[in-house]
Write a protein that binds this ligand. Sequence first.
Ligand SMILES: Cc1cc2nc3c(=O)[nH]c(=O)nc-3n(C[C@H](O)[C@H](O)[C@H](O)COP(=O)(O)O)c2cc1C
Length: 181
Amino acid sequence: MSHIHQVIRERYSTVTFSSKQIEEEKLVSLLEAARWAPSAFNEQPWRFIVGVKGKDENYKKIYDCLMEANQAWAKFAPVLVLTIASKNSSVTGKPNRFSQYDTGMAVGNILAQATSLNLYAHQMGGFSISNAKEFFEIGDEYDVMAVMAIGYKGDIDLFPEYIQERELKERRRKSIDKILM
Ligand SMILES: Cc1cc2nc3c(=O)[nH]c(=O)nc-3n(C[C@H](O)[C@H](O)[C@H](O)COP(=O)(O)O)c2cc1C
């Protein structure tokens, strides 16, 4: 792992967030990083709903969509982001088969930018899509993809043992020969 770039090497999905707020300019820089992702036909299908704890209603709405198991650790993160893909081409109106692919790349940029700022992001698929669509009045022309908790890493000693264990669990990956077809 030593031969890959620091922003890839140091990223992981923490479950021990600090409640320290993210500086406004850093939060904006995450969205700026997303903007510059590549996309098919430069469609830029990614959309985000950002919730800042204690600052807006978005945070609580996103939090309320999460599964309990995710709420247990995500509640400490100062920012929750709902990631959305705009399904159709803005030119033809027809389905854009790259919308989710491109949205994932924009999120990848967010992850790299976050890591470069010593921030951590943990994505979640464990939430109610139907609640998210209802709470934010999101139409069927969008795919609600994931929720991302973002913040600084907190002091692991302040967390219950089961969360500490999860935080310290060995991270595993398939070997290169398993991902080559
Ligand atoms: C689309 C997506 C959905 C995920 N859903 C959850 C989730 O609901 N709860 C959770 O704790 N982690 C979730 N994860 C985090 C993954 O479990 C994690 O990325 C994976 O185990 C690899 O660990 P790492 O991110 O620390 O490298 C999700 C990640 C992605 C990309």
